[in-house]
Write a protein that binds this ligand. Structure first.
Ligand SMILES: Cc1ncc(COP(=O)(O)O)c(C=O)c1O
Length: 388
């Protein structure tokens, strides 16, 4: 076994060799610009992008490849959906949830500053919303609902199909941030009644800087304002020269994930459960954050646990060769604990001692055993400084 051990797959995943292999030709010989319609280099590039569009659409159950818009990642996709809808409407109300990723929450704060009204639904101790609260949050001017599929910190899975059905019934647009689920958990845009879905290649063994916004094609057309203007790429919704290698990689990564999904999720579940069981045996006071571990609404590879009385930063500072996370990778620098755990009302002691461990394709039993040993040893070594 090699160290350091990587147990932070929810932050980002390693690039799969097979994905890199698919990308390489588009970084070297096939370097054309898909917008160069006058020559072979451009035709080759546009063919690769259009094939990727078709294959990505198939993987998520989209009926038309034109429903796939390539972006630079999930943050951009989220911004395009939320700000795109808001820009067209000019004013109105948006419903979302307190446990969303900052890509959604910060975009909503921006829209609030621009005069939009935002309702953030509360969650229960497991991170789940109450459907009756959602139903009563609708107003006559509600434009959009945005609820993530799987939470990046706790792995809590929302019932997107039911939320989507409620929105569809009311004629309100529905966006889901599916960054943590696409490729790892069944996700089908039709079954889930979504109008928009955001996801990214680097959470499924593709490269960073490549993402997708799914935008449902229907009549009348769902109109959104682009964020980026220029060459008119991506049906005029996302100008800028395509990241051809990144797009081809995203396609390959998603196809590989889709075909291996059942076996990989079982493997991740076993590894995660093994780690949890071992930790629980040795430190019976640990607390699980999120829905119960064996509940199907818990992402198979995610484990968020609190080590009572020990700050997560202290816990992790003594373990240099296991990569884990104290909160989401994007939110760890502000000194306070996770907004997700805060919304779940876990209390300060538990929130400040929470560690997220996430496993994936390359995680081994040896790595899990090693990480468990390190965590237990570190916890025991901190016996004197633990807060009762
Ligand atoms: C739930 C969720 N949404 C959005 C993002 C942002 O994705 P990207 O890094 O592709 O912009 C992340 C990444 O951490 C995430 O976990």
């Amino acid at each position: 076994m090699q160290t350091p051990v990587y147990l932070d797959y929810n932050a980002t995943t390693p690039l799969d060799e097979r994905v890199l292999e698919a990308m390489m030709p588009y970084l070297q010989g096939k370097f054309g610009n898909p917008s160069s319609s006058a020559h072979w280099f451009g035709w080759q590039a546009v063919a690769a992008v259009e094939l990727a569009r078709k294959r990505v659409a198939e993987c998520i159950g989209a009926t038309d490849p034109q429903e796939i818009i390539f972006t630079s990642g999930a943050t951009e996709s989220v911004n395009l959906a939320l700000r795109g809808v808001a820009d067209i409407a000019g004013s109105g109300h948006i419903i979302s949830v307190a446990t969303e990723h900052k890509a959604v929450l910060d975009t909503l704060s921006y829209l609030q500053r621009k005069g939009f009204s935002v309702t953030l639904l509360a969650v229960d101790e497991y991170g789940l919303i109450d459907m009756t609260e959602l139903e009563s949050a609708f107003r006559s001017d509600t434009l959009l609902v945005s609820v993530m599929h799987a939470n990046n910190e706790t792995g809590t899975i929302n019932d997107i199909a039911s939320i989507g059905a409620v929105c569809r019934e009311r004629g309100v647009l529905f966006h889901t941030d599916a960054t943590q689920s696409v490729g790892k958990y069944p996700f089908n845009v039709l079954d889930m009644n979504v109008d928009f879905a955001s996801f990214t290649a680097h959470k499924m063994y593709g490269s960073k800087g490549s993402g997708v916004l799914y935008l449902r094609k229907c009549f009348p057309r769902i109109a959104i304002e682009p964020l980026l203007m220029g060459g008119g790429q991506e049906f005029g919704l996302r100008s800028g020269t395509h990241n051809v290698a990144g797009i081809v990689g995203l396609q390959k990564a998603l196809e590989l994930c889709t075909s291996a999904m059942s076996e990989e999720s079982l493997k991740c579940r076993d590894l995660r459960d093994g780690l949890y069981t071992r930790l629980l045996q040795e430190i019976p006071s640990i607390e699980l954050n999120g829905v119960p571990i064996n509940d199907p609404r818990h992402m198979p590879g995610t484990l968020n646990i609190s080590f009572p009385g020990v700050l997560s930063s202290l816990m992790m500072s003594g373990i240099n060769d296991v990569a884990m996370s104290a909160a989401s990778a994007c939110g760890t620098s502000d000194g306070s604990y996770s907004h997700v755990l805060r919304a779940m009302n876990v209390g300060d002691v538990r929130g400040e001692s929470a560690i997220r461990i996430s496993v994936g394709r390359y995680t081994t039993n040896d790595e899990i055993n090693y990480a468990a040993g390190q965590l237990v040893a570190q916890y025991q070594s901190l016996a004197d400084v633990r807060v009762a």
